[in-house]
Each structure stands twice: as structure tokens, then as C-alpha cells.
Design a protein around this ligand. Structure first.
Ligand code: GLP
Length: 251
């Protein structure tokens, strides 16, 4: 595990973008696992800047998103399909047929989960780079705290905490979908590298638990301790507890 300290959100976004841009330069046909939420917005903005400067191209990149709300059409402003188009995919030269998200508006959600699992299984050797943020309760994608790790794509009832946390995007808590489709833990752990980005003091305690506590499905992000190549890029606030308890672990 490599923990990279950043002063603030802007520095975190720039450094995270530098890591992903290097991957794209080194392997222009990379498969990237993409995340949503407020955390990666700055990273995507920086990647769009690099694209506009001609530093990187997405023309041969393939992407696989972590998750999607159930019941939101891709045109809904809070769907993750809309989010990805708005923040990254619609702004670069990616071939949209090479971009993949679970379809939360599918009639048969169980079938959609199986389809997404097969798509991910067809990525030979695993995703090149998985980008991850983390929920306040330690969730990754929408893998919520549970008594077991669920390996493949599945439908999940969102926890009260997650519904509350995400209500800021919807204007009212009643408008937040109650369920979602999420990639399971397997493709995340099979990815060749993980870029884990975290910012803000509200995540300082859970970040320390995730990185140095017990590996447990109660803190889904704790499984990342077992990943073969984990890079954490986080800001001062998010790293405050790690810094107190494990100062030697931070670059
Ligand atoms: C959602 C997404 C996660 C994301 C999390 C954190 O629940 N499914 O992939 O990591 O939000 O969001 P934020 O970055 O806004 O704190």
C-alpha cells in the first residue's frame, strides 16, 4: 500500500489525474474501472483538461462503472450514466460503445446483474486500473457493510446512512432511490491496480479503519488491504487519523 498525502482536494485531484494519465500514456488501450460521487469530480475535470491539451486520448480506452441506481433512466440527472457523460465521457474522444455501466432501468434486474458480471469476466486479466471513492460507512461502489463480501454484481438495498448522505444530490431524501446495482468485490480485487481517493474530515476515522483495521465486510473498503497494488491519494483532513496513529505509513 502506498499512501500519498495531499494538502487539499485540488492537490488530490491533480495527483490522482497524474496517476491515471500515466496509465493511459503507458497503455493507451487500458480498461478503467470508474467511480461516481463528489470525490472523483476534480479528478475527471483534470483528465478532461489533459485531454484538451492533447496530453492523453481516450480513443482506445474501455471503461466499466462500479454501480447505478435502480429505477433511474440514464437521462435522469442523478443517474450515474448521466454523471459520467457530464463529467468525463461526453467530454473526451472515447468511443461510447466501449463504456459500460449497469443499466438501472432494466426490466429484469437479476438478469442485468448476470449480464454485467459476464461483461466484467470477459475483461481478460482484470481491469487495468480501478478508481474508487468511499462512502461514509466504508462502502465501495454500493457494496454496503454486510456480514459477508459479495463477489459478483448484485442488487443492494441502500443503508439509511447512504440514502441520507446521497440525499444532498437529490434535493429531498424521499427522491433518493432505495436500491442500486453494484459491481461486487471480485472485479475490484482482480483489478491490476486500485486508485483509492478520499477527502474530507468526515471520512478520517473510517479511512483509518479501512486501511489499518480488521479486514471485515462491515467495513467493505477494508478488503483493499489485501489488494496487490493499492495507491491511496487522500487529503490532509481525510488522513488526519492515519497521520496520528500511523505517521510512518504516509509519503
Ligand atoms: C456513492 C457511490 C460510491 C462513492 C460514494 C461516496 O455511494 N456509489 O462509489 O464512493 O458515493 O460519495 P462521495 O464521494 O460523494 O462522498
Amino acid at each position: 500500500m502506498n499512501i500519498i498525502f495531499c494538502e487539499d482536494y485540488e492537490e488530490m485531484s491533480r495527483k490522482a489525474a497524474a496517476v491515471i494519465a500515466s496509465q493511459i500514456i503507458l497503455k493507451p488501450d487500458s480498461t478503467l474501472g470508474l467511480a461516481t460521487g463528489s470525490t472523483p469530480i476534480g479528478l475527471y475535470d483534470e483528465l478532461v483538461k489533459k485531454y484538451n491539451l492533447g496530453e492523453i486520448s481516450f480513443s482506445r480506452i474501455h471503461t466499466y462503472n462500479l454501480d447505478e441506481y435502480i429505477g433511474l433512466a440514464p437521462t435522469h440527472e442523478q443517474s450515474y450514466a448521466y454523471f459520467m457523460n457530464h463529467h468525463l465521457l461526453g467530454k473526451v474522444d472515447i468511443n461510447m460503445s466501449n463504456t459500460h455501466l449497469p443499466f438501472g432501468f432494466a426490466k429484469d434486474i437479476e438478469q442485468e446483474c448476470r449480464n454485467y458480471t459476464s461483461k466484467l469476466a470477459s475483461v481478460s486479466g482484470g481491469l487495468d486500473f480501478q478508481i474508487l471513492g468511499m462512502g461514509h460507512n466504508g462502502h465501495i461502489g454500493f457494496n454496503e457493510p454486510d456480514s459477508k463480501f459479495i463477489l459478483d454484481t448484485h442488487c443492494i438495498e441502500l443503508t439509511k446512512e447512504t440514502i441520507e448522505a446521497n440525499s444532498r444530490f437529490f434535493g429531498h431524501i424521499d427522491l433518493v432511490p432505495r436500491s442500486a446495482i453494484t459491481m461486487g468485490i471480485r472485479p475490484i480485487m482482480n483489478s491490476k491496480q486500485v486508485l483509492f481517493i478520499v477527502n474530507g474530515s468526515a471520512k478520517a476515522e473510517i479511512l483509518e479503519k479501512a486501511l489499518f483495521g480488521d479486514v471485515t465486510p462491515n467495513v467493505p473498503a477494508s478488503i483493499l488491504q489485501m489488494h496487490r497494488s493499492l495507491t491511496v491519494v487522500a487529503d490532509r483532513e481525510a488522513l488526519s487519523v492515519v497521520q496520528q496513529l500511523h505517521p510512518e505509513q504516509i509519503y
